[in-house]
Design a protein around this ligand. Structure first.
Ligand code: HEC
Ligand code: HEC
Ligand code: HEC
Length: 433
C-alpha cells in the first residue's frame, strides 16, 4: 500500500514537473535585420527617448564610466551579483537582431529573444503595465538612435540552484504581477496618468515596496518602504515616519528640485531617478505622479507645514543649550555640521533641518549614515549644491555619536548597536550611481 502511494506521489510529481517545464518553456523568436531610422517617425523616436529616460534604462544598463546601454552594470542582491545585458542594437552581443515582438515579450514577460527567462532585477513586471505603443516607442528609439557596442554580458554570480533560468518561471508564477494597467474609474484622469507612470515605466515600487524572502514585491504593502542598494527607500504612504505629511506640492518640489525642505534631499539611488529619469518627463507628468502619491500619503492638502507643531519643535530644539563638554555627539555636531544645517527661525532650502528630515526619523540609520560618510554630490539632491563627505574625517564612533545626538534631538528612540551599524554601512559595497 505504502509503495503504491509513493509511486502515486512521485508519478504526480513527474507529471507536475513535466507540465511545469512546458509552462516554463518559451520559444526562440527569429532574428531580424535591425530596422532603419526611416521606419519610424521622429515623434515616436523622441517619445521613446523620453520613456527610456523615465525608465532609467541607462542607469542600470551602463556601468560607471562605461558606454551607454552596453550593459555589465553590477547589481549586488541577496541572491548574488547580477550584470545587466547589452541592450545596444549590436547584432552579435546586443539586441540588434531582436524583432519588436521579441522586445515586447522581454518587457512584458521577462523572457529573452532566445527563450531564456530573465531575472526580476530587470523590472519587467512594471514595464508590463505600459501600453504596446509606449513599448514600441522605446524599441524604436533604442534600435535606431543608440550606438551599437560590441560587448559580451558578464556571467551573473548567482549560485546553483538559483541560477537555473527556468526556475524563474516558478518565481513568476508565484510572485509576478502579470496584470495589465487597470485605470481606476473612481479617480481623475490626472491620478490615473500618475498611476500609469509610477506603476509602469518609472517603477517606484521596485524600490519603495517591501519584498518577501524570495524577492517578490508584497503588493499588499505597496510603497511602504524597503531597503535597496545599501539605502532605505522610505515609505511613501501614510505609514511614513516623516514628522510632516507629504502633500502633493511637497512631492512635486522634491521630484523637480531634488529636495523638500520639510523632508530632505534625493541622494543615493533616488538621485538618478529624479535627475536623469523624471526630469525627462513633461511637467504635467510630474504633477500627475505627485497627485497619485499624495493620495497614498493621505496628507491634508490645505495644511500649512510652516504652522505644524513638529516643525516649530524642530526649529526650537536648535536653540536649546546642550552641555557640549558632556555630550560628545552635540559637540561634534556643532563643529562638523551645524554651520550648514542651522535655520534661525524658519526653514531655508539648501540648509536642511536635520531634526526634521526623513533620514533622522526612519527606523534605521542607513540613509543618515550614508550621507555623513559620502555627502551629497552636485548631481544629487539640489543640483549644483554639495555637502562634503566625512568618510575620512570622522571615525565610526564620531558618526554614531552625531547620529545618536540627532536622533535624540528629534525626539526619537535611540537606534540600537549604532556604532556597529556605522561600521557595516561604511564597509558595504558602494553602488556607483
Ligand atoms: C533596475 C535595473 C534595470 C532597469 C531600470 C532596466 N533594466 Fe533592463 N535589465 C536589467 C538586468 C539586470 C538585466 C539582465 C537580467 C538577467 O541576467 O536575467 C536586464 C535585461 C534587459 C533585457 C534583456 C536583454 C537580453 O539580452 O536578454 C532588455 C531587452 C532590457 N533589459 C531592456 C531594458 C529597457 C528598455 C529598460 C528601460 C525601459 C531597462 N531594461 C531598464 C536591469 C535593468
Ligand atoms: C532605484 C530605487 C528607487 C526608485 C526606482 C525610486 N526611488 Fe524614491 N527613493 C529611493 C531611495 C533610496 C530614497 C532615499 C533617498 C535619500 O534619503 O537621500 C528615496 C526617496 C524618495 C522620496 C523621499 C522620501 C522621504 O521621506 O524622504 C520620495 C518622495 C521618493 N523617493 C519618491 C519616488 C517616486 C515618486 C518614485 C518613482 C517615480 C521613486 N521614488 C522611485 C529609491 C528609489
Ligand atoms: C558645507 C556645508 C555642510 C556641512 C558641513 C554638512 N552638511 Fe549636510 N548638507 C548640506 C547641504 C547643502 C545639503 C543639501 C544637499 C543637496 O540637497 O544637494 C545637506 C544635506 C544633508 C542631509 C540630507 C540628506 C538626505 O538624504 O535627505 C543630511 C542627513 C545631512 N546633510 C547631514 C549632515 C551631517 C550629520 C553633517 C555633519 C557631520 C553635515 N550634514 C555637514 C551641507 C552641509
Amino acid at each position: 500500500m505504502l509503495k503504491r502511494i509513493v509511486y502515486g506521489v512521485s508519478g504526480a510529481a513527474i507529471v507536475g514537473l513535466g507540465l511545469f517545464s512546458l509552462y516554463a518553456w518559451n520559444s526562440s523568436i527569429d532574428p531580424i535585420t535591425p530596422p532603419a531610422k526611416t521606419d519610424y517617425s521622429p515623434q515616436v523616436i523622441a517619445q521613446g527617448k523620453t520613456l527610456a529616460a523615465a525608465g532609467y534604462c541607462s542607469t542600470c544598463h551602463t556601468p560607471p564610466g562605461g558606454t551607454a546601454y552596453a550593459g555589465n552594470y553590477e547589481m549586488h542582491t541577496e541572491f548574488g551579483t547580477i550584470y545587466s545585458s547589452n541592450i545596444t542594437p549590436d547584432v552579435e552581443t546586443g539586441i540588434g537582431s531582436w524583432s519588436e515582438e521579441a522586445f515586447n515579450r522581454a518587457m512584458r514577460k521577462g523572457v529573452s529573444r532566445d527563450g531564456h527567462h530573465l531575472l526580476p532585477a530587470f523590472p519587467f513586471e512594471h514595464f508590463n503595465k505600459m501600453t504596446d505603443a509606449d513599448i514600441s516607442a522605446i524599441y524604436a528609439y533604442i534600435m535606431t538612435s543608440v550606438p551599437a557596442v560590441n560587448q559580451v554580458k558578464k556571467e551573473n554570480g548567482i549560485p546553483f540552484p538559483l541560477n537555473i533560468r527556468w526556475l524563474q518561471a516558478g518565481w513568476k508564477l508565484l510572485f509576478a504581477d502579470t496584470d495589465s494597467f487597470q485605470p481606476n474609474e473612481n479617480k481623475s484622469e490626472q491620478w490615473n496618468r500618475g498611476a500609469y507612470l509610477a506603476e509602469g515605466i518609472s517603477h517606484c515600487g521596485a524600490c519603495h515596496t517591501p519584498r518577501n524572502a524570495l524577492g517578490g514585491e508584497k503588493y499588499d504593502q505597496m510603497y511602504e518602504g524597503a531597503p535597496i542598494d545599501g539605502w532605505i527607500a522610505p515609505s511613501l504612504t501614510s505609514t511614513s515616519t516623516s514628522p510632516i505629511p507629504w502633500r502633493s506640492q511637497d512631492f512635486y518640489e522634491y521630484l523637480t528640485t531634488g529636495n523638500s525642505p520639510y523632508h530632505g534631499s534625493a541622494a543615493g539611488p533616488m538621485a538618478p531617478v529624479m535627475h536623469k529619469g523624471l526630469s525627462a518627463l513633461p511637467d504635467s507628468d510630474i504633477q500627475a505622479i505627485s497627485l497619485y502619491f499624495a493620495d497614498h500619503s493621505g496628507a491634508d492638502e490645505s495644511d500649512d507645514p510652516a504652522l505644524n507643531s513638529n516643525l516649530q519643535a524642530a526649529i526650537a530644539v536648535q536653540h536649546t543649550q546642550t552641555d557640549l563638554r558632556i555630550d560628545e555627539g552635540a559637540r561634534l555636531y556643532a563643529t562638523a555640521c551645524q554651520a550648514c544645517h542651522y535655520s534661525s527661525d524658519k526653514l531655508v532650502k539648501g540648509r536642511p533641518l536635520l531634526t526634521l528630515g526623513s533620514a533622522t526619523h526612519l527606523e534605521k540609520p542607513t540613509n543618515l549614515i550614508n550621507v555623513i560618510l559620502d555627502g551629497v554630490r552636485n548631481d544629487q539632491g539640489i543640483r549644483g549644491v554639495v555637502m562634503p563627505g566625512f568618510r575620512d574625517a570622522l571615525s565610526d564612533q564620531d558618526i554614531s555619536a552625531i547620529a545618536a545626538y540627532l536622533r535624540q534631538a528629534a525626539g526619537e528612540n535611540t537606534w540600537p548597536n549604532l556604532q556597529q551599524q556605522v561600521f557595516e554601512i561604511r564597509n558595504q559595497p558602494r553602488f556607483e550611481q
